[in-house]
Each structure stands twice: as C-alpha cells, then as structure tokens.
Ligand binder design. Structure first.
Ligand SMILES: [Zn+2]
Length: 657
C-alpha cells in the first residue's frame, strides 16, 4: 500500500548518542516528517560479530520515531559489509578490473555480486532483520542494498558469465555466428576461452552479453534478499531499491520486475537542474514499474562529491520537491538528516548540523513539509496519465554509446531533446521500455532505438496502425546480439515507413533541411531513400550538403488510423519541436496548461478521474498565467481567479473548487 506524499530523510541513529535521538526526532516532527529511512549502512552495528545480532538499538529508534508519528523504511545494510566479514571471507571483495585487482575494505558496494559466501551472508542479515522487524506495522517498506554500481571480474564472475552465455546461446557455433567472431580470429572453441570485455573496443556482441550478465547477476543478488524479506513481512509492505540517475551498468527494467516500487536518488552537484533532463529522469523511474515512485534521496542544499558543490537557492526546495511529485513521486526524502562527525560524506548537506541544530536549509524543508501536509489528501491515490511515450532501452543505449560514430552522439541527450520538445509544451510524457504494452498512447517516439527484435518490430508495426509512431535516427539497426540486421534500417519496418536508410554520416557541421519543415540537423544525418509512392517527404537536406544534398531527411507515411514518421537525423530542439508539434496536434494531444517559459504545469489524476494541477515557477521572478475556471489552490488555501500569480519559486496545487 502506498501512502500519500510521504516526507522525510535518511537517519542514522547509530552515529549519535541515544540521548540525542529525542531532540532529533522532535525536530523531524516539527519539519512535518512522516517517514525516516534507517539501517542501510549499519551492518557493523547490527551484526558486530558473525551471527551476533544487536537489533535493540534499532527497535528503540523505530519506537521513538513511531511515537512521533514517523514511520520507518528499513534498508538492508549489504552495500557496506563489515570488516570482520571481508577479512574472514576475502572472496566477498570485488575484483575491480579485468587485470584482477581486488578491492579492499573501507568503501561501499565493493562486494562481488556473485560470490556465494557474500550471497549467504546477505540472505542471513536480511532474513534476521526481516524476522525481527518484519512484524512491526510501523516499518512500511524495505530498501534492498543501496545504489548498486559495481561490476566484478573475479574467477567466480568469469565462470558464471561463461555459464550464462551457454544458457543464452546453447552452443558455441551459434555464439560464434551471432558475434561474427571470425572477424579478427576471435572464434571460440571452448566456453572457458570467453573472458569479460577487457579492451577499449570489445566485440559488440561480447559487450552486450556482459551487460546482460551484469543485469542477471544483480537481479539474482537482489532476489536473494527480496525472498528473505518477503518470507517475514505482511503483503502490504513494499520492497524497493534506490536507483541512480541515468546509471546504465545494468538493465533497470529487469531489476524492477522483482520490486514492488521503484525509487531513485536525485542529485545535482551544481545546485541547478535542467527541468527537462530531470523531468525525463523522473519519467524514466516512473516507467520502471509504470506507476508512481519514491524519491528516496535528494539533496538538502548541496552534495559533497561533485567538483564544486553548489547550494540550492533559498526557496528552491519547493519547486524541486513539487517537480518530483508532479512527475509521479509519492514521497520526497532528503539525504541526510544530520551531518555525521566523520566519514566520507562529512561535508554533505543535511537538515541538522553536527551540533544537533537546524542548518539554514531546515526552514526550507519545513516549508515543503507544510505544503505536503496541505496537499496530502488532495493527492491521495493520484497517478500520472500520459498519451505520449518515449521509448528508452538499455541495450540500444549500450550499442549506441559503444560505437557513437560521432563523439557528440549521446543517447541520453538525444532522448532528452525529444522529451523537451514534448514536455516543453506542458504535455505529459512517459518514458517506457519498448517491450511494454503501448495501448493507451496516441504518440510513441523511439529515439535511437537501435535494438530491434521480431517482437519489437511487430509491436511497433501494430501500434503504427492506430497511433502515431516516430522513429529517430539509428533505429532498427541491430539485433539482440548487437549484430547489424542484414537489411537496411529500420529493419522490418521499411515497408510501413515507406523509406530506408541508404547511408549515415557523422556531421562536421550542422546541416539544413527544408520542405514542410525547415530546420537544422547536427551530429548525425541519414540519407533516406523512398520505397513507397505514397510516402511523403516532410523535409529534404538542402543543396551544398555533399552526399546528403536533396535527399529526404524526414519521411512520413499515413497508416489506416495513424502515421509513421522517420526522422533521418539528430535534429536540434526547434526542429524536433516543429516536427512533433504537427504530430501531437494530429493526435489530439492537449497540454495540461499554457504557461510562460520557466513555469511548468503537471497533472496527477485520481482513481475517480479527479484532476490535480501542479503549477511550478522554476524561476526567481514572479510569473502570471491564465488558469481554468473553478479552481482552488490547496497550498494557498483559497480559490483561484482567471489568472494566477506565482512569486519566484512558488508552487500552486489546483483542484476543482
Ligand atoms: Zn566476482
């Protein structure tokens, strides 16, 4: 069960003398906290010697929080194994590079994800914690580990990788054929010849399979603990993991399948965020489970790990928190509550300083707490409903970034351009897997969806019969072993698209296109060739552009109840915006609200269809916008007239009056 708008922080009571806790918790209560996250790095305190569990202190902390109306999310502490464990069982430490260097104690996430001893130790601590705390109704959810990020190259991982390949490909002939290993005499005659990728430019098939193996490894690592916890907790207690930003060492969709709830940690070291990049990240996490999520960590002012760690401006915590909620967060938690006296994150932002007193940011957090208290009932049970989807795919990203061809072809930035072209109109966008159900969408955009499988081709073709499909450059070039399709892109969809890619070019300078759309491509351009008489050329590359001059750059073909548009280039924002504007209008997709630049309007929808509009002024200046009739601002506690004025960084949450 997901509560409405939880608010809190990570709290490490083990860092502080027990008499301090009462003051800490009273100040949490005064900030409007409803939840605290505990335990995630406390293994050496919870199990100071092998098999000797000391849970009493954590019970007392949860008791005190509970008495103040603050629920607990418990983290399993497996990101930080204790020294007794890594000393007694050195195989648990990760081998950090293909050259065989083993990590040492004193970091975090420095474990081997496949080591059988480590998996046993993780199951033991997770199981002991769940058996002890699982019956408590004030422990509402569990977080497995913290920010998975390490890849291991030890002999165990290498052997498991070989076994994984054997399961995936069946026999070596198949693997050799799919990876085209005859190239550079890579042909394998025995499974144990296959090593993890160790070179700057590995065989693309090997590189892709390694990522799939890392995904499988973390999935099993996580499942080991999910099962240990599930055995002891009530069905309504959820289990999550806190993912990181655009991190891509494994396929997050696969790991999310075993979780009840996705969550993530949003940090901006420069204290500034491009709201389209952050909006796309929130949408990405929302897409992992195709439901609302938790913002498990965000910065109370500043971080400590960037090159320069700039603070948020006074008052900026509100638009920051509401931006997350408007994109589907059901909770906002800061990291962390109180700054520790020592340790690697000594200078990180927190709400309370080392003396136990509020830092300046505390007042801003308190204002967010007040907002959430006012809006909690209005937002209960609400979710995000989008008619536009952008497809994000880990294998496609790995393939594109493994061979960018142009150093500036960045998969994520390319995707964010498409996202901004839609979200910049205050149109709600989902970011989802290409393997998900596309029913319910009117427009689907596939930027650089390199990896095509027969299933994906069929799903996209079916969608294009009734919706508006937009294929970006580099789409439909590779199969699921990273091999080129032995036909021109977009493989399997050329007939429906009415065009195919004749050649691709890394661009030395921007190239103009003209026709029904006038605009500019940068970084990458494809020369399209028409295949159908009824395919419509929306734009051509202009004269003077070498191999591209005069050839189609954007092709559209109508389908029985939709269309398929092929974008043959990496277009700049205004060009993408112009192309997508026509498609969105044709699909009848409406913006949430019209707003001035710098003001974002987001919508959450309740189970009975009730609409909550979240209007955010991301700028420091006052902004005014027209509002629909009959609205009430639950934050201001008053009805709204025909227009709404928002001071710098102000937020309004509008329900029907
Ligand atoms: Zn390993």
């Amino acid at each position: 069960m997901i509560r409405s708008l939880d608010f809190g922080a990570a709290y490490y009571p083990e860092h502080w003398p027990e008499p301090d806790w009462a003051r800490d918790i009273a100040q949490m209560q005064a900030a409007g906290f409803t939840v605290a996250r505990l335990g995630e790095f406390a293994w050496s305190t919870l199990e100071p010697a092998e098999g000797r569990y000391e849970f009493g202190w954590l019970d007392r902390a949860i008791d005190q929080l509970s008495a103040a109306g603050i629920a607990t999310v418990l983290g399993t502490p497996t990101a930080a194994p204790p020294a007794w464990l890594t000393q007694r069982y050195p195989s648990t430490l990760a081998t950090i590079d293909p050259q065989g260097h083993r990590d040492s104690h004193g970091a975090r996430c420095h474990y081997c994800v496949n080591d059988p001893i480590y998996l046993k130790q993780c199951a033991a601590i997770a199981s002991a914690m769940a058996a002890h705390f699982g019956g408590r109704s004030d422990v509402i959810g569990w977080q497995i580990d913290n920010e998975y990020n390490r890849v291991c190259y030890c002999p165990t991982c290498r052997a498991k990788f070989q076994a994984f390949l054997q399961t995936r490909f069946g026999d070596l002939d198949t693997l050799n054929r799919r990876w085209a290993t005859g190239y550079w005499s890579e042909t394998y005659s025995s499974w144990d010849q296959i090593a993890p990728p160790a070179h700057a430019v590995p065989n693309p098939g090997l590189a892709l399979a390694w990522r799939a193996f890392v995904t499988e490894s973390y999935r099993l690592f996580q499942l080991n603990q999910v099962e240990a916890i599930r055995a002891h907790v009530a069905p309504e207690v959820w289990i999550t993991h806190n993912f990181m930003k655009w991190f891509d060492a494994f396929d997050h969709y696969a790991l999310s399948q075993d979780l009840d709830l996705a969550s993530w940690d949003w940090y901006e070291p420069l204290g500034w965020h491009d709201r389209f990049t952050s909006g796309a990240m929130h949408a990405l996490v929302r897409g992992y489970k195709r439901r609302t999520f938790w913002l498990m960590e965000t910065q109370p002012g500043h971080v400590n790990w960037g090159r320069s760690n700039i603070d948020l401006q006074p008052g900026q915590a509100r638009p920051w928190a509401w931006h997350a909620i408007g994109h589907g967060a059901d909770a906002v938690l800061y990291w962390q509550w109180r700054m520790a006296l020592n340790g690697q994150e000594q200078m990180h932002g927190s709400l309370i300083d080392q003396s136990g007193q509020p830092r300046p940011f505390y007042a801003d957090a308190q204002a967010v707490g007040q907002d959430l208290a006012r809006a909690r009932s209005a937002l209960a049970g609400t979710t995000i409903a989008a008619r536009v989807a952008i497809l994000y795919d880990f294998p496609s990203r790995w393939m594109v970034e493994g061979q960018r061809h142009h150093g500036d072809f960045d998969y994520v930035q390319h995707l964010v351009r498409a996202y901004a072209a839609v979200a910049g109109r205050n149109i709600t966008v989902d970011v989802v897997s290409p393997d998900t159900d596309l029913a319910g969408y009117a427009v689907v955009i596939a930027p650089a969806l390199a990896a095509f499988t027969p299933e994906r081709i069929a799903r996209l073709a079916a969608f294009a019969q009734r919706g508006h499909l937009v294929l970006g450059p580099r789409t439909g070039t590779r199969d699921d072993a990273a091999a080129l399709w032995p036909e021109r892109a977009p493989a399997g969809l050329q007939d429906l698209a009415g065009c195919e890619v004749e050649e691709y070019f890394a661009l030395a300078e921007p190239v103009a296109v003209a026709g029904e759309i006038t605009g500019t491509a940068d970084v990458w351009a494809e020369r399209l060739r028409l295949r159908a008489g009824d395919a419509q050329v929306v734009a051509r590359y202009t004269a003077g552009n070498g191999w591209l001059a005069g050839h189609p750059a954007i092709v559209r073909r109508a389908t029985p109840a939709g269309s398929l548009t092929t974008l043959g280039a990496h277009f700049d924002g205004p060009t993408l915006s112009a192309v997508l504007e026509r498609i969105l209008a044709e699909a009848g997709v409406e913006p949430v609200l019209e707003t001035p630049a710098g003001v974002e309007a987001l919508r959450r929808v309740g189970p009975a269809g009730q609409e909550v509009l979240i209007v955010i002024n991301h700028t420091r200046e006052s902004q005014t916008l027209a509002t629909p009739p009959g609205r009430f601002d639950v934050l201001a506690g008053e009805p709204v007239g025909a227009s709404l004025s928002l001071s710098g960084y102000a937020v309004a949450v509008l329900v029907r009056a």
